[in-house]
Write a protein that binds this ligand. Sequence first.
Ligand code: PLP
Length: 368
Amino acid sequence: MAKFEPPLYLDNAATTPLSPAALEVMRPYLQERFGNPSSLYRLGRQAKKAIEEARATIARALGVLPQEIYFTSGGTEADNWALRGIIERTILERGPNFWAPQGGAVLLTSQIEHHAVLRCAQYLERFFNLPVSYLPVDREGRVQPETLQAELGPNATLVSIMTANNELGCLQPIPQLAQRAHQAGAYFHTDAVQAVGHLDLQIPQLGVDLLSASAHKFQGPKGIGFLYLRQGIEIEPLLHGGAQERNLRAGTENVAAIVGMARALEESLRHLQQRNLHLQRLEDELLRLLREKGVPFKLNSHPPKLPGVLNLSFPNCEGETIQQRLNLQGIAVATGSACDSHDFQISHVIKALKLQREYALGAVRIAF
Ligand code: PLP
């Protein structure tokens, strides 16, 4: 029988394996502690207590209050809720088309957001005729605070800029961007799905009003995440029904996943420094080997960036072909371009960098 070779998984920005410690704390809530947290007898209360302990753990790790954490089904839901929740509440308060007399964008975001933000912004444009501004980025993939400032008009209600980009790993200057938004009277949301559990993030220092996170990016289970909502800010619910999550997010809680997420976050942060040093060594070694072997490439990830995430362009190569060839060798990486039947589709993130076509087609993301 052929010897089983474990695959070399270099796509940890797509998802991560569940940590054994998270699995262990989840197991009882899938079996003997199966109670519904809304039930008032012991089994229910036990589940409720586990949820509230998990909420407190997550809040403590991020320097905020437990009642500012709302559990969601993941990053996509948290992003959609942040955008729709703020915009719909504002329209209810100020009336439809409140922006019409003065004009200018109500929602401001960037061209390199994850589709969970971009597609939701497009939905709001279509559904409410909402004016949205999609801010360009510089050659390193960063939104310059001056670029945001120039677009902040009297109707600016919500700015949504991601903490770390999922294709490039680049970090945005969130405190400076949030400050500009606040000066203009707008709320600031950040999609921190790639950053939570990988950087020492303290929400008060970021200065954001809303923040999205997802457990499966930091060795927690899939299908669970949270939205941080600063106390005092009112948003519309995304899901209507029961009274869960302080009447804002209906549906019986995924107790096991919530407990697993808190455990995974704790663990991920405990080993942060040590792990990031290791990731830096792996990055350095890969770049050294590529240079030593004379492989031409261009680095699309520039510091400050996520540890362990490298986006490289191999000129005159096709990212998808590289990905498929590596796959045959048991190596998993992601690419910023994919071939449909007629042409190459370059990702919106790579397009926003305005790379020459020969480089744009050959972009590959390696996430150690
Ligand atoms: N936002 C970013 C930056 C992401 O990288 C992802 C996942 O790839 C998401 C949002 C969506 O998160 P989820 O998979 O939990 O819905």
